[in-house]
Design a protein around this ligand. Sequence first.
Ligand SMILES: C[S@@+](CC[C@H](N)C(=O)[O-])C[C@H]1O[C@@H](n2cnc3c(N)ncnc32)[C@H](O)[C@@H]1O
Length: 363
Amino acid sequence: MSQNQNEKEITIRDQMKKFLIKGFYGFNTILSSGLGRRLGIFDYLDKKAKKLSESGPVSSISFTPEEITKELKLDPDYLDAWIHLSLECGIFEIENAQQRTIKTAPHVYDLLINRNHMFYVGDTIGLFYYFAPVQDDVIELFKTGKTLNIDDIYEEMIIDGHRSSARCGVLVEGLFSKHFKDFSKIIRRQGKVLAVGCGYGFNMEKWAEKYKKTRFVGIDIDSKAIEFAKKLIEQHNWNDRIKVFKITINEYAKKSKEKYDLILLNQVLHEMDHDEEYRRSVFEDLHTLLKDEGVLLVGETMIPDTFSPKKGFQLFDIMHKFLEVKFAKFYDEKSFKEFIDLTPFKHAELIKERGNYFWAIRK
Ligand SMILES: C[S@@+](CC[C@H](N)C(=O)[O-])C[C@H]1O[C@@H](n2cnc3c(N)ncnc32)[C@H](O)[C@@H]1O
């Protein structure tokens, strides 16, 4: 196609709309929602909504600027600027101009504030918000090829990352209980689940809320995360059916007398030591820990090769790659299958619906 033909197809105005304006709105939406989270405004609105929900379902929540200023002790001028930006980005709408009340725009309460909603993406946005201030470090990484030091990252960012992983875990559970209906019922009644790389425990928490009689064991190599997970379990009074340990998979496989119906490896594999031999040894341990009829459920971001044709909506997968370059080593469908072929597991099936997927691995 000649350059002239290309110019006829798309005008500079169209192109501006396509990525510049969208980009400005997108950037400012992340900025406004990130600020809203860190300032405690979204948590405040969530608490208010939860109280109101006692007398009926809530899909939007309203407030006045004065109320936020007073309750959260914030400067009124900064808050006013933040509200202007959030209104412009479509996070809020004017509810009543005379009474000067504002409300969340349609679905925004569920998308950005209500952690219990299936389409909630607040934590993922939070993660990107936290990524913005470390751009100087990112430039350095581009030049040196080094890996971002995890100890230099704020814990709030790591927690958002784990919550975001747990969000993927919830979507995976939805697909799992749909495609393995009978098996998931058995697990609900009397199953034993091992969450490998359970981290701060958010994914296990979501599963445990749904699988109320199931026993869970969570293991991870990060002691900070395990301490946090222990507290989370205590808060829920789940000490009798959920245990977490700071231990390597290899040590656990040697020590454990238990075999599991289901093993969750949710958003963990890409973070593991990149050495293929090590990863294979982990899958040998997982094979040992799984019952013969059990399922190893691997929730992993599959990153396509740069030049492979685009298959549908891939923004979240690609964002994941960008956030964890070098730190993580991802697979695509083909290389993951090749990897599984080198392990003792015999079957690997990719269960996929739209942008949501997981691997069901069996003996
Ligand atoms: C992104 S988090 C996911 C946490 C959790 N699975 C979830 O979905 O909420 C990845 C976790 O894997 C853990 N991890 C990485 N390598 C590991 C390994 N070799 N053994 C056990 N855990 C590991 C990390 O410490 C981290 O807590």
